[in-house]
Design a protein around this ligand. Structure first.
Ligand code: ADP
Ligand code: MG
Length: 755
């Protein structure tokens, strides 16, 4: 049987590494797929357990110079934390190493500048002692930089020679060592070679500066990359470390991993909620902004749900732990954000294809340009000059053509976008969803709980039976005790307030999209909408409810098999931001259609209030599905926003399913996007986020491509015969370092954009 596992990978330097790892893992017998994400440094691998096991992956990867870390072995959240710590200490090491080499780069740079200016007689000659000193010290500095700081690039070459796998380190390694060896030959045997090489330049400065530039670029890139992922860090930071629990009548403080289900936990003013649970005693206002993005503190009474990571304000209360460890909403959110950040956007597929062939192609281009210089250049420039220019081209091509910027373009933007969403209470399942969201042209929305608050109240009672109002209501309430629909709460709340008792019901049934039924005191009763009464084939004057439904109220008709006993009207308030959000969605060119199981007239009334023109009312769950399918068959890209509970099939059918988390108790796995504390304004924000992220990706890809498209021919000396343009390897190094840094910086800008 095939199973899927996740690992972290350390030691990757560039996207091409990801490609190499994927390829070698796929070669292992039994491995059906391997996906490596360079930005999150994670591996998702599917393999047949009977043919191979996780132990066989590690050696395969280690011989390529990477390390595999099993995240499942330890509590995943803690492991994430340590992985992060490791990355931060690695970053420090990188910083120390590269910063200690910067004086060498500056010295080299000054020497270079002096030599150039000298040629134009802008500065005095160096003087013989100084020049002699410099000629001796440069090879020493270059040796240090290449063999100490440039070690990863040299092992890139060894790996290439041993396994035939080249990555960007290989390119830089070959480039810099070529410059070094050529210069070394000139220094050591310059006099002997004089007849062949009258212009014997050395390129120690190239080796030194390129390695230091690229190291600096990599350091800056790694530093920003950690920043792109700091949403996870913030989420992890929301987790309380300890909880004050009542055990054997005593209050004791335990670490949160020791909290068990059913523990009673004491919360004092200012405390962080350690796990999820329901209040058993006391009340307070809770700041849930870290989860929902909503700034207002929320009042929580007995029986209300409290969420780990949120913060108590002034009150004190006791609550019972109902979800602990990886079950808490916060843990689920962290896992979802982690997964989403590690997932690949479809737009990435092309980039992956290019990066995979990039390195070998660049090697070929580099050699072709070297030989072209030697063959065609020698005729007009002489061998010595041609060799010198050929070497420059060879080195420049290898240095400039790093697919790094290309590889960082998409994932860094996705990481920042997904993280930004999480901060606003917009949970995105994967990169593909984030990419699709900005393309939707039609949005189906559910009425109850999406456009309206979802907490209807009972507003009218029209009892046409011979029974008293009290009997009528207690029968209706009896049926509703078994229902989960918001309507049932409206009726039960009303009855409770009037101190009436619901009757006992047996053989309760849900009649999908229409209502409910059950037996009370031996008689079968039905409660629901007009469609239900139609099905019963009993006499009912529809006109009698119209005057209510025209005001947007929803009828609940109570009937036996033979006659209608009367009806009540429930009414649900429209969420304050519904209308403005619908307006904005329309402005974005998205057609909004309301699909609801509610009464036709009531649905049209609510729709008119929020500015929706298309309404499908009295829709059964299957109808909702069909509406979506039909739109899709006409080529529309359909989003569906619903409450995620009884809309699950429609959410799954839509191109993008958007679950509106009413309150904070939501199943976040069920749809592509979950809006916590779900208002439609958050949906508008989510669409904006998708636009902003995709724009960032397109900018990144554009610049990364342009950079290579111009850079490679320039470096190869393609423009030299026409314009005398040739790229100095030092500028190639600078450009390559800048391109990666600028891509990551551009992705980070997504963070500051207003949604
Ligand atoms: P929606 O979520 O759009 O209301 P549903 O499929 O959940 O769609 O319900 C469809 C309709 O069935 C409701 O609008 C209501 O008229 C009727 N209905 C469902 N459940 C109940 C209930 N518990 N009591 C009375 N009517 C109900
Ligand atoms: Mg519903």
């Amino acid at each position: 049987m095939s199973i899927q596992k996740k690992f972290k990978i350390s030691g990757m330097h560039c996207v091409s590494c990801a490609g190499i790892i994927e390829k070698s893992l796929k070669k292992i017998d039994g491995v059906s797929s391997a996906e490596v994400n360079y930005s999150t440094e994670s591996l998702t691998i599917s393999f047949d357990e009977s043919k191979s096991n996780s132990n066989s992956f590690s050696p395969e990867i280690e011989k390529l110079g990477y390390t595999l870390i099993d995240v499942q072995k330890v509590e995943s959240l803690e492991k994430l934390d340590t992985f992060r710590d490791e990355k931060i200490s690695l970053l420090k090491k990188m910083k120390n190493e590269i910063f200690s080499a910067i004086p060498i780069a500056i010295f080299t740079f000054l020497v270079m500048a002096w030599e150039i200016l000298m040629e134009y007689n802008l500065v005095p000659e160096m003087g013989e002692t100084l020049e002699g000193f410099i000629h001796k010290i440069m090879p020493l500095l270059a040796t240090y930089v290449l063999f100490v700081i440039g070690k990863p690039y040299l092992s890139g070459i060894t790996r290439f020679l041993r396994y035939g796998k080249a990555n960007m380190d290989t390119l830089i390694g070959i480039g810099t060592i070529t410059a070094y060896v050529y210069s070394f030959i000139v220094t050591a045997f310059g006099k002997t070679l004089l007849p062949f090489l009258e212009n014997a330049f050395t390129y120690y400065d190239v080796t030194i500066i390129v390695i230091i530039f690229i190291g600096l670029g990599k350091y800056l890139e790694a530093r920003s990359k950690i920043k792109t992922g700091d949403a996870i860090e913030k989420l992890l930071g929301m987790q309380a470390k300890t909880a004050l629990v009542i055990r054997n009548g005593k209050e004791i403080e335990v670490s949160i991993s020791e909290v068990v289900l059913g523990d009673l936990i004491i919360i004092k003013p200012g405390n962080k909620i350690p796990v999820d649970g329901t209040i058993t005693e006391g009340y307070s206002f809770l700041d849930e902004s870290m989860i929902t993005g909503e700034p207002m503190a929320v009042k929580k009474n007995v029986d209300d749900l409290v969420i780990a990571g949120t913060i108590n304000t002034n009150g004190s209360f006791i609550f019972k732990a109902t979800r602990i460890g990886s079950e808490t909403l916060l843990s689920q959110i962290i896992k979802m954000v982690e997964d989403a950040q590690g997932s690949k956007a479809p737009i990435q597929a092309l980039v992956d294809k290019i990066s995979a062939v990039f390195v070998p192609i660049v090697l070929v281009v580099a050699f072709v340009s070297l030989f072209s210089w030697l063959i065609f250049g020698s005729a007009s420039l002489g061998f010595s000059e041609a060799l010198s220019l050929g070497i420059i081209s060879f080195v420049s091509v290898l240095i400039i053509a790093c697919p790094c910027a290309l590889g960082l373009a998409t994932p860094t933007a996705i990481i920042v976008g997904v993280g930004k969403g999480a901060k606003e209470g917009i949970l995105i399942k994967d990169a593909a969803t984030l990419e699709k969201l900005h393309k939707i042209d039609t949005l189906i929305i559910d009425k109850t709980g999406t456009l309206t608050i979802g907490k209807p109240t009972l507003v009218d009672i029209i009892n046409t039976s011979k029974n008293s109002d009290e009997t009528f209501l207690s029968i209706l309430a009896g049926l509703e005790t078994k229902s989960e629909h918001p309507i049932s709460h409206a009726i039960l709340d009303y009855v409770k307030e009037k101190s009436m008792l619901p009757r006992n019901v047996s053989e309760f049934m849900n009649i999908e999209g229409k209502g409910i039924s059950g037996i009370i005191d031996g008689i079968e009763y039905f409660a629901g909408n007009t469609a239900l009464i139609n099905d019963l084939n009993i006499r009912f004057d529809k006109k009698s409810i119209e005057k209510y439904t025209e005001q947007g109220k929803t009828p609940v008709i109570l009937a036996t098999k033979n006659e209608v006993l009367g009806f009540v009207m429930v009414s649900d308030e429209i969420k304050p931001d519904s209308k403005s959000s619908i307006d904005q969605l329309h402005k974005m060119g998205i057609e909004v259609i309301m699909v609801t199981g509610d009464d036709e007239k009531a649905a049209h009334y609510i729709a008119s209030l929020v500015g929706i023109k298309k309404v499908v009312a009295q829709a059964l769950p299957a109808d909702k599905l069909n509406v979506i399918k039909e739109l899709q068959s006409k080529g529309s890209l359909v989003g569906m926003a619903g409450d995620g509970v009884n809309d699950a099939p429609a959410l799954a059918q839509a191109d993008v399913g958007i679950a509106m988390g009413t309150g904070t108790d939501v199943a976040i796995e069920s749809s592509g996007i979950t809006l916590l504390g779900g208002n439609l304004s958050k949906l508008v924000k989510a669409v904006n986020l998708s636009h902003i992220t995709m724009r960032g990706i397109r900018q990144n890809l554009f610049w990364a491509f342009i950079y290579n498209v111009i850079g490679i021919p320039l470096a190869a000396g393609f423009f030299y015969p026409f314009f005398g343009l040739l790229l100095n390897p030092i500028f190639a190094g600078l450009a390559m370092a800048l391109s990666s840094v600028s891509v990551v910086t551009n992705s980070l800008r997504i963070k500051t954009k207003k949604l």
